[in-house]
Design a protein around this ligand. Structure first.
Ligand SMILES: Cc1cc2nc3c(=O)[nH]c(=O)nc-3n(C[C@H](O)[C@H](O)[C@H](O)COP(=O)(O)OP(=O)(O)OC[C@H]3O[C@@H](n4cnc5c(N)ncnc54)[C@H](O)[C@@H]3O)c2cc1C
Length: 402
């Protein structure tokens, strides 16, 4: 692997970093204090500047108005934008829209692309992804109760989902529902596009997460689908391909998440080092930075961030050169390892800030609250660890080791 940044990427990363530092980080106090809806006009202003700078939708296809960066390039972008919770949103590459755009681009019919893909990439509408159910394990989604029964030229959808991130205010949901109950488990479900103004699409609530229900883009919806009828033309990809498409959505998505987490790590690390340098803890002027335990946290964090970053870039490189299937193990490794590094680095940074770390006067408490979920979504730690260990142990079956 070559770690040299091309001139193009150096320029892009440089401009984005400057924009994040000068335009977005100063907005964070208001972001932490206000409802997301109140922030939208300010964020739209920033989005307009990003479009003028031709940095909009870095990972989305050029023919739809994105920059068309490849996975490795977007990984580097995701790291820079991850330094602030509003980075991806302002640059038009936020989850879950990013994943939905990828699958619409790959599997959408021309009509679906015209109706949904173009306005999504342009940032005129938002979407959500509705797979996880309240009463069944998201870790094993072949256990799914939501059904889509074909009646004439319509699917009738019934079921209860939750954690449909950003459902509040979304124009469409991509819903996973069982269409072929008699098929083998992994071929039972399909993805179906459901406009959120369809009768029977009911956003029950924004779930309160760590004390905040949030709103708009920053929320997680519980949705009841009650005899929700959509045309069969809203099927995304072939019937029964729900899990195949979901897997494809998750591979690159995990790279984006891991690099975003590394952006958070680098921000938390900067805050930790600065605080350690400045916080005087003795009358004769010694700072926190003079204490070995703090120095150890800084050195350990630096090593862990570097290891996580190299692992993630390697996984991205493997996906690009050999495909997501061949890179399954690397993807699982980074999913739990980087999430763990993220928790540790944010926790240490918060600890170094003492009481200040618990307040919303820095961004650390927000990261601490919201990023705990990194060890749960897109496959809980344990699921990835079990998968990796199984594959490794298989190689030892019947093998002589001296
Ligand atoms: C912030 C956030 C955003 C999300 N966004 C979305 C979204 O946009 N769309 C969507 O559809 N879903 C979303 N989810 C849901 C997420 O995908 C699920 O929470 C996840 O798949 C885990 O499923 P579960 O919550 O049902 O936990 P369960 O499957 O019940 O698992 C609970 C715990 O059991 C353990 N466990 C599970 N299986 C195994 C195993 N095989 N071996 C060992 N231990 C195991 C793990 O520790 C796991 O954390 C989101 C979740 C969060 C927290």
């Amino acid at each position: 692997m070559d770690f040299t940044l091309s001139d193009k990427m150096q320029a892009i990363i440089g401009m984005m970093r400057e924009f994040v530092d000068k335009e977005l980080i100063p907005l964070e106090p208001e972001f932490l204090d206000r409802d997301f809806g109140e922030m939208v006009p300010f964020l739209e202003e920033k989005r307009a500047i990003v479009r003028q700078m031709e940095l909009w939708a870095p990972n989305h296809p050029k023919e739809y108005g994105g920059m068309g960066l490849d996975l490795m390039e977007h990984a580097l972008v995701s790291e820079v934008l991850g330094r602030t919770p509003i980075g991806h949103y302002v640059f038009g590459c936020q989850a879950p829209d990013a994943g939905n755009i990828e699958i619409l681009h790959r599997y959408g019919t021309e009509a679906q692309k015209g109706q949904w893909l173009a306005p999504l990439v342009a940032g005129r509408i938002r979407s959500c992804f509705s797979m996880t159910e309240v009463d069944l394990p998201g870790s094993n989604p072949v256990m799914m109760d939501t059904t889509a029964v074909c009646e004439g030229d319509q699917y009738v959808i019934n079921g209860q989902k939750w954690y449909s991130t950003a459902a509040d205010g979304a124009a469409l949901a991509i819903v996973m529902a069982v269409t072929n109950p008699e098929a083998p488990p992994h071929l039972r479900a399909s993805m179906i596009i459901v406009p959120t103004d369809t009768p029977g699409f009911n956003l029950v609530r924004n779930i309160s997460i760590m004390g905040h229900a949030g709103s708009g883009y920053f929320s997680h919806g519980e949705i009841l689908y009650q005899s929700c009828r959509v045309p069969v033309a809203n099927l995304l990809g072939p019937e029964g391909w729900g899990f195949v498409i979901a897997q494809e959505r998750l591979g690159p998505g995990r790279i984006h998440h891991c690099m975003r987490w590394l952006g958070i790590c680098s921000r938390a690390f900067d805050l930790m080092c600065k605080r350690a340098q400045e916080r005087v803890i003795t009358p004769d002027g010694k700072t926190l930075a003079t204490r070995q335990i703090i120095q150890a946290w800084i050195a350990e964090s630096a090593a862990e961030i570097q290891a996580a970053r190299l692992m993630t870039l390697h996984a991205a490189w493997k996906i690009e050169t050999l495909g997501a299937k061949e890179a399954r193990e690397e993807i699982s490794l980074i999913k739990f390892y980087v999430a763990d590094v993220l928790q540790r680095v944010v926790d240490r940074a918060l600890q170094v800030h003492g009481g200040l770390g618990m307040t919303d006067d820095t961004i650390l408490a927000f990261f601490y609250r919201h990023e705990r979920a990194a060890r749960i979504y897109d496959g809980a730690d344990e699921v990835h660890k079990v998968a990796v260990a199984r594959r490794i142990l298989k190689e030892y079956a019947g093998r002589t080791v001296r």
